[in-house]
Design a protein around this ligand. Structure first.
Ligand code: TXA
Ligand code: MG
Length: 319
């Protein structure tokens, strides 16, 4: 059981930062999804965070930092194109995999030679990261605040539903309202000559090409996989079916143009691609609270953020 805190003043954030330094866990909002944070320099705290998530220890975790100056502490030999990406898209929904320094231990990187870094664009997250720095911290290791394989939480209540029974009374959940983007950050491997998208997100292939001046290698949409991640992820308990005709009793997630046949439970009817991303996970969650057996999803078409949405839908359906 963790405490949910909804009035996150600076003094509250200072307290949370001190808790993190003491080895406690703090869940916090980012613009993408909520993360469950641990001091990235504290191996035991990171290990407990993995336990709370029920996540295999070999999985790497993103280190969240407060500002560009903090990159050098964790990473080295940073390519020019990565610097362009940082300047253009940080703070923002983008994670860069960079050659690690020794301080980025195996327990953070899954023993890989790269460390994942991100500066989130959420005032509460940035406030926490700054306070964490002020008390001597270097970075907050934070995966999405869900149990392993489940849907990422986009509200503090969803974090509480996912993790509360596994958290201890000293741990905290900071409530910053619903996340603005709604799907996880774009992950870009920056360890090679050219950037490579490992997980699509709000920072699209087109934006990366524009920022770096490098044309990305064409990757088949169904082949994009973050190393170490399972095919089935982001999945509700209900069976997810992509496209086709909705049947009575099913849940339905589709753009507003798609009408709801009789007997079908409409879970979301977004008016734009951005809204689709923002409501997708809460709609999937709703299918579970309503005990639905099947959810039908009509994915959005087109480039940009729609690619990320289709990626998550494909994974939610992969069972
Ligand atoms: O938007 C996000 O990225 C959210 C918020 C909280 O920042 N975080 C998030 O973390 O989605 P997580 O752990 O649920 O997903 C991060 C993915 C993992 O699949 C992990 O394998 C990959 O990033 N990753 C992180 N560090 C890595 C590394 N050093 N090498 C390879 N993959 C890495
Ligand atoms: Mg996750």
């Amino acid at each position: 059981m963790a405490t949910i805190i909804s009035q996150c003043s600076l003094s509250v954030l200072r307290q949370s930062a001190e808790k993190l330094r003491a080895g406690d866990l703090v869940a916090f909002p980012t613009e993408t999804v909520y993360g469950i944070g641990a001091d990235a320099e504290n191996k035991d705290a990171v290990a407990r965070m993995y336990q709370v998530k029920n996540r295999p220890a070999s999985h790497p975790v993103i280190v969240h930092i407060a500002e560009l100056n903090d990159v050098d502490y964790w990473a080295q030999e940073i390519p020019e194109y990565a610097i362009n990406l940082m300047r253009d898209f940080w703070p923002g929904p983008m994670t860069l995999l960079l050659k690690r320094r020794e301080v980025a231990g195996d327990f953070l990187t899954g023993a890989q030679e790269v460390v994942g870094l991100r500066i989130p664009a959420n005032s509460l997250a940035l406030g926490l990261l700054n306070e964490f720095k002020a008390v001597g911290g270097k970075g907050i290791a934070a995966p999405s605040a869900n149990r392993y394989g489940a849907v990422s939480p986009t509200t503090a209540e969803a974090v509480s539903q996912e993790l509360s029974e596994f958290l201890s009374p000293n741990d905290q959940i900071l409530d910053g309202g619903p996340c603005l983007v709604g799907v996880e950050s774009t992950i870009i491997d920056c360890s090679g000559q050219n950037p490579k998208i490992l997980r699509p997100g709000a920072i699209s292939a087109e934006m990366i090409e524009e920022s770096t001046g490098i044309v990305l290698e064409e990757v088949s949409e169904t082949k994009i996989r973050v190393s170490g991640s399972d095919k089935q992820h982001y999945a509700p308990k209900a069976k997810v079916i992509i496209d086709g005709q909705s049947q009575s009793g099913e849940g339905l997630i589709a753009m507003i143009e798609v009408t709801t046949p009789e007997g079908v439970i409409r879970l979301a009817e977004p008016k734009s691609i951005e809204e689709y991303a923002r409501v997708l996970y809460s709609a999937l969650r709703m299918s579970d609270t309503q005990n639905l057996e099947r959810v039908r999803i009509i994915p959005p078409t087109g480039p940009g953020l729609a690619v990320a949405i289709r990626d998550r839908i494909n994974r939610a359906a992969a069972n």
